[in-house]
Design a protein. Structure first.
Lengths: 353, 515
């Protein structure tokens, strides 16, 4: 199947899952005695019908696009990089430091090196599980989960001990003005990072579908043994993939620090890396799919704050909805298979009659 | 074979009647009727792919036959249900053990049929007493408290046998049990088998090692290409006769290897040594050379080092000692990727697992491992038009039948899948050395002939070809020289002119003296 047709089929399947998830969510709401239509209005329609809603949703989606891509590219290669969270923490720290210590540089240059520093830090941190996998065959799930904890502790250690801005919360000094990302709309909602994210989606799509590297990565993800026997340098591809994944995670950290916060606070991430896994799975590891899923989660997250204010349903309902979607997509093959089986059975019965 | 089948049905024992099995078009078993007497050791022998394992899977309830019935003690067996077969007294011991290494011996034995006390607690005392009874009856000596993972392979096998005995199996099927054992362990296994027989159990012994079969069995049934060649009494036959039954009279002797001019030596292996590991027998002092325009055949029963040899030649595993030399350059330490770029092609033995990416389209499988091929790229990108053109060209050249080039290769027949691999390795790649392992496994006659033709064509072009195959007929048909691999060692290398099926067959069975 060509890349475009796969994409269309994926999008169709994802839409089916989203709608099914909304139906199941509605059952929960009905049990609670709420009107699902009202909730869904605030959750989905409201954010999409106001300019501010759209901007805020996209702003919330931006970090998830980065992490979604980071996870998607590694999953596609059969690598379960759960460590995006840790990689983005280091990316954020590097961006914050370069953003602070590089003050005096011309703005364009300063922003660029700050972002690059974040990417590099993410890559370095992703290189650890990659090299452990290739050289010592340690499974990346274990190393990346462990490295997440190490990253949380280490970044906190650095900030508290060396780069702390004296004050109440443990955070770094403010990033210089020249390193701030261009803001598009009312402060701190949407910044240049979103454009960079979309650019990443496009380049990753091209990389995966139109280059030799992408084909190799795909082959390794689908059948690593055949890839090895056919002469693909698997180890090399695995390392490059982990580096790309780490760079995207680092970008997420940089975008948050340079675009949204302006400094790095200890544990600033509410779990962007893990939401990225959700986005990648719902998006079926396709860059475009992951981006769409990330934006959808962004809408829900913004909508969640609204239902919290306007109705009796807590914002956590959004998490429930996303979880249902995740399960549906993960079990999708089985579900569609069962549906096909049902249809076939019915068809057979008809033909017998 | 069994003229009075109706009478047999009423007796004790296993009666297999007119069993056929189709695997999506390929007949694995053709109308097999066989009776197995109670209280005997009955061997089933045959080459790889002869249908031994399929037949036993049907008996064990893992597979359902397309046609035919199985009777146990005169009672019809509901096929396709492993639990039913187990209840009827059939116990299967597979070649690859189904044991949990982190549990102790007694825990493994009772797994799945645990005796329980109150509150669902395992009744350990009772279980151990019962296992000890079984051990005493059949003279098995195993430390029940030891972890299975710590046991040597021979002991693990005993645990497997104990497992089926614990479930009161009457008919014990041993699938290639000696494949993983060293000679002493084999002797002990045979002693156990005789003890089982003495206690009235029936043992069904599946093997391709003729000496062992002759040593231990009462009756021997020979399968070939899914058909039963015959059943003989072990006391009335010899290995000569069995070799003849297994491979002898129907060997495709039409055509001899193509005569070509042999050039310089392209590939040399110099006393390659690979260590034994797990189920793999390793390699012991392997040396050979392949010249331009020559096919060197490596005959041997599966599992005698073929996999290790291929992995070593492809630089996927590094040998413990020895060298692989290609065109005068030592390539032993290379990576596979580097080696393949120097013109090495490979047709791997396991098509689905090692050969193709089943879920990818034909065109992506055609360029698997050669994604950087200049013919399909423009700049750093893959040019889809060029790729489609290349695919169409190859499909025409290699006569690959498909509905469209986007089609996942999973949907193609085995023969067409193999043609895609051939097209990739011999057409798309620029190669001068080909390693082909079982290139016609599972193919029909037409596809087989195509593969032969392609290999000979490449040979004519002056490529050096290594043909590792478990099909003796294939080796005889194509090779200029034949080396026989047995337990990781080359028993002998014979020129095709001097080779006879008997001699090779004997070497394959590990008999170094002529038969």
């Amino acid at each position: 199947m060509s890349a475009a047709r796969t994409l269309i089929k994926n999008v169709y399947q994802i839409l089916v899952c989203i709608i099914a998830a909304l139906f199941i969510g509605a059952i929960f709401l009905l049990i609670q005695g709420e009107n699902p239509l009202e909730i869904y209005y605030y959750l989905i329609i409201n954010p999409l019908t106001s300019g501010l809603g759209i901007i805020k949703s996209l702003g919330k989606a931006t970090p998830l696009i980065f992490t979604g891509l980071a996870v998607a590219v590694s999953f596609k290669c059969g690598l379960f990089n759960i460590g995006v969270e840790g990689q983005l923490l280091f990316g954020g720290l590097a961006a914050a430091l370069v953003g602070y210590y590089g003050s005096g540089l011309p703005a364009v240059l300063h922003v660029t090196i700050s972002i690059l520093a974040g990417m590099a830090a993410g890559m370095v941190y992703a290189f650890i599980p990659a090299i452990l996998k290739v050289k010592l065959m340690v499974h990346e799930v274990i190393t990346t989960i462990m490295l997440n904890n190490i990253a949380t502790a280490l970044t906190a250690f650095f900030i508290v001990n060396y780069f702390r801005n004296p004050g109440q919360t443990a955070r770094t000094y403010n990033v210089a003005e020249s390193a701030h990302l261009l803001q598009f709309a009312p402060p701190e909602h949407l910044n240049l990072g979103f454009v960079i994210a979309i650019a990443c989606v496009v380049s990753l799509y091209i990389l995966l579908n139109k280059t030799p590297y992408g084909l190799k990565l795909n082959a390794i993800g689908k059948n690593p043994v055949a890839a090895r026997y056919s002469g693909i340098h698997s180890n090399q591809v695995v390392i490059i993939t982990m580096l790309i994944s780490g760079a995207l995670a680092g970008l997420c950290g940089s975008e948050r620090i340079l675009g949204a916060f302006g400094y790095m606070q200890v544990n600033f991430s509410p779990g962007y890396g893990f939401d990225g896994i959700t986005a990648a799975v719902i998006g079926k590891n396709n860059p475009v799919g992951a981006c769409v899923a990330a934006i959808f989660i962004g809408i829900l997250q913004y909508g969640g704050t609204t239902i919290n204010m306007m109705t009796n349903v807590p914002a956590e309902f959004v998490q429930v909805l996303i979880a249902i979607m995740f399960v549906l997509v993960a079990a999708q093959e089985a579900i569609f298979h069962a549906l096909k089986g049902l249809r076939r059975k019915r068809g057979k019965k008809v033909s017998v009659v | 074979m069994n003229v009075n089948m109706e009478e047999h049905c009423m007796q004790n024992g296993i009666e297999i009647k007119n069993i056929s099995k189709d695997f999506s078009g390929k007949q694995a078993l053709k109308n097999i009727s066989l009776s197995i007497e109670e209280g005997a050791i009955h061997s089933i022998v045959g080459e790889n792919g002869a249908g031994k394992s399929t037949l036993m899977s049907i008996l064990g309830g893992v597979l359902r036959p397309t046609e035919g019935e199985v009777f146990i003690d005169g009672k019809k067996l509901m096929t396709g249900k492993p639990q039913v077969a187990s209840l009827e007294g059939i116990g299967m011991v597979f070649q690859h053990f189904m044991l949990v290494p982190t549990l102790s011996v007694w825990q493994n034995i009772i797994l799945g049929s645990e005796p329980l006390k109150k509150f669902l607690k395992v009744d350990k005392k009772n279980a151990i007493r019962k296992i000890e009874d079984v051990c005493k009856t059949y003279e098995f000596h195993v430390n029940l408290e030891q972890l299975v993972g710590e046991l040597p392979v021979g002991q693990q096998q005993k645990v497997e046998i104990l497992k089926v005995l614990y479930k009161d199996a009457k008919y014990i099927v041993l699938d290639e049990p000696t494949a993983v054992l060293i000679p002493e362990e084999t002797k002990m296994l045979f002693a156990s088998m005789r003890a089982l027989k003495a206690a009235g159990k029936t043992v069904i012994f599946i093997s391709h090692k003729l000496q062992e079969v002759l040593e231990v069995s009462d009756q021997i049934s020979v399968l070939k290409n899914g058909e039963l060649v015959g059943t003989v009494n072990a006391s009335e036959t010899n290995s000569n006769e069995l070799v003849k039954m297994m491979v002898g009279h129907e060997i495709n002797m039409e055509g001899m290897p193509l005569k070509t001019n042999k050039g310089k030596e392209l590939v040399q292996a110099e006393s390659v040594f690979v260590e034994k590991k797990g189920f793999f027998c390793g390699l012991n002092d392997i040396s050979f050379c392949i010249r331009e325009g020559e096919i060197l055949g490596i005959a041997g029963v599966d599992g005698n080092g073929q996999g290790e040899l291929l992995d070593t030649l492809l630089c996927l595993t590094r040998p413990k000692s020895g060298r692989i030399i290609k065109e005068g350059i030592d390539v032993t330490g290379c990576t596979n990727a580097v080696l393949r770029k120097q013109g090495v092609a490979c047709i791997p033995p396991d098509r689905h697992h090692q050969g193709v990416v089943l879920d990818s389209g034909i065109k992506y499988n055609l360029i698997l491992g050669c994604e950087e091929h200049p013919e399909i790229s423009s700049g750093p990108f893959i040019n889809n038009n060029k790729l489609d053109k290349l695919t169409e060209k190859m499909c025409a050249e290699y006569n690959i039948k498909m509905s469209n080039i986007e089609e996942p290769i999973r949907d193609l027949s085995g023969g067409n899948q193999q043609k895609v691999i051939l097209a990739r390795e011999c057409g798309v790649r620029d190669t001068n050395v080909i390693f082909a392992v079982n290139p016609t496994r599972g193919l029909d006659i037409g596809a087989m002939e195509f593969v032969y033709k392609m290999l000979e064509e490449n040979k004519k072009q002056g490529k050096a070809i290594l043909l590792i195959s478990t099909e003796l007929s294939e080796i005889m048909r194509l090779s200029d020289r034949i080396a026989v691999l047995y337990k990781g060692q080359i028993m002998d290398t014979i020129d095709r002119d001097k080779a006879t099926v008997k001699r090779i067959g004997a070497l394959m069975a590990g008999l170094s003296e002529g038969v």
